[in-house]
Write a protein that binds this ligand. Sequence first.
Ligand SMILES: *Cc1c(COP(=O)(O)O)cnc(C)c1O
Length: 569
Amino acid sequence: MSEAANKTEKFTHKPRVAYFSMEIAMESDIPTYSGGLGVLAGDTLRAAADIGVPMVAVTLVSRAGYFRQAIDPQGRQIEHADDWDPARYATRLQATVALDLEDRQVWVGGWLYELSSRVDGLVPVLLLDTDLPVNDPRDRDITHYLYGGDESYRIKQEMVLGVGGIAMLQALGFNLMGYHMNEGHSAFLTLALLRRFAHSSNGLRPGESPYDLPRVRELCTFTTHTPVEAGHDKFDYTLVRRIYGDLLDLGTVKLLAGEDRLNMTRLALNLSDYVNGVAKRHAEVSRKMFPGYAVHVVTNGVHASTWTSLPFAVMYDQHVPGWCHEPELLSRADRIPNDAVWAAHQEAKRELVDKVRELTGVALNPDLPILGFARRMTAYKRADLLFTDLARLRSIARKHPFQIVMAGKAHPKDAAGKQLIEALHAHMRELTGEIPMAFLPDYDMTLALHMVSGSDVWLNTPLRPLEASGTSGMKAAFNGVPQLSVLDGWWVEGCLEGVTGWAVGDDSPTANGHDAMALYDKLEQVVLPLWYDDRPGWIAVMKGAISKNAAYFNSHRMMRRYATEAYLR
Ligand SMILES: *Cc1c(COP(=O)(O)O)cnc(C)c1O
C-alpha cells in the first residue's frame, strides 16, 4: 500500500465531523485565504486539533492563491499571481472522484495537509484539485483561483467543493458523524447527501418525496457569516442546470433553495438542524433576514497561541501557565505586574516598527502611540473614516502626537475597495511631516500578528450592521492591545467602556452618519490623554483586554460550543 493511502487511513477509523470551507488559512505562507472567513476556519481547526475534536476539513487547493499585493508609486493596488506548490506542504491523495459538469466528466483529485496543533493533535485537511492531466484543459483550473472568475466558474467551484468533497470523503473511507458548512459556498453538499440517502422509489406512496430530508438535516450544521441579503451566493437555475444537469428534480431543489434563483444560504438553512450566526448582533440581524429559522449564536474566537506575539507568549508562560490549552486562564491576567506587560508590549512594538521600516522605509517612533487598522479593503469597512476631516485629525495630533499603520487587500473586482487604497495613500501624502503613516503591502497572517501586537490602539470602523463579527480586535486583545471600535459585530459583546477598550459612537441605528466625529472626540478626549497622562490607567485597559476578552473570545471556547451544541446535539 502506498504511503499516501496509509496517511489518510490513520484518520478514517474514528467518526469525524467534516468541516467544509471555501477558504482555510492553514499557514501564513499558503495563500488559500482572502480574509477573516479563512482565518476563522484555520483557527477553528487549530482549536479542534488542540482539544481533540475529531474533524476532517475539505476545501479547494487554490493553486493560484488569492493574490499577492503590491502598491505602485501612485498608491494603486497591483495584483500578482500567488502560485504555491501543494507538493511542498501536502501529500497527494490516492483517490480521484468524477463529477459531471457541463456534459463532461471532471475528475477531482486532491492533497492531504496535516494541520497540527500546539499539543499533539492533527486535523486532516483535504485540498481538492482538478488540475489533472485526464481533465479537459477547460476544467483544469476550476480549483485554481480563490473567488476568481465569473458566475459559471463559481458554480463549478462550489460543485467541486460540495459534491466533489462528499464523494472524496466517501472514496477515502472517512466515517462521518456530521457536516459543518462554514458559510454557504459548500451548500451543494446537502444535495449530494440527499441523493445518497434517497429512498428507493419502489415503496413510495404517490406524492411522497424520495428524499430523506430529516436525516440530512440531522447531519448538517450551518454557520452563516453574511449580514446582507446581497452578499449571499445566488445562481441562475438555467446556468445551474447547464452545468450540473438534473442534480435532483428541479421542483425539490426550488422548494429548498428558492423559486427564482438558487440561493446557497437558503439551501443550507433548509437542510441544517443547527444554524448559527457568529456574534449576538449578527444572529439578531440574521433572524430578521431569515424569519422562521432558529438561528443560534456561537460568537467567534481566535486561536490563542497563533495570535499571541512571542513576547506576550513568554510572559503568559511565566504568569499564566496553561493559557494555550485553556485560554480562560487569562482571566487571571490582572495579576501580571504592570512592568512585565509594558515591557512585552514595547518589544512587540519595536518589532512592528522594524517591519514598517523594512517594508516601506517609513521610520516610526517607538515612543509615540501607534493606531493600527488592517482588514479587507471593501467599502463597508470604511478604512477612510479616520480621514473624514483632516484639519480635525491634524489638530488632535498637535496636542497628542500619534502614528498610523494600515494594511489590507481589495478584491481584484472591487473597484470601491481599490479606490479606498488609493485614497489612503493620498491622505498619507497630504499628512507627510505632520502625522507619520505607513501602508504595509500584502496583508497576511504574519503581518496581521505584527500589527495587532505592535499597535497601541486597534481601530475598527465598519458601517453597522455589516461587520458580522470581526476577529482582528480579538487578536489584539491577546496582545494587550485595546480596541477602539464602532459597536458592531463582536464588539457589541466585547466592549466594556474604558475597561477593555472604547466604543465609537453609540449603538443606535442612526449613529452611522456621526461616527467620524465620535471617533475624533473619543481619540482626543479619552484615548490619547489616557495614553499620555496615566500610564497605570492605560496598562489597566491593556490588562482588561486580556482578562475580559482574550479569556473569552478564543477559538477553544468556540470549538467546545460547536462540539457540544452542534456536533453532539
Ligand atoms: C484576522 C484577519 C482578517 C480578519 O480581520 P477582521 O477584523 O475580521 O476584518 C483578515 N485578514 C487577515 C490576514 C487576518 O489575519
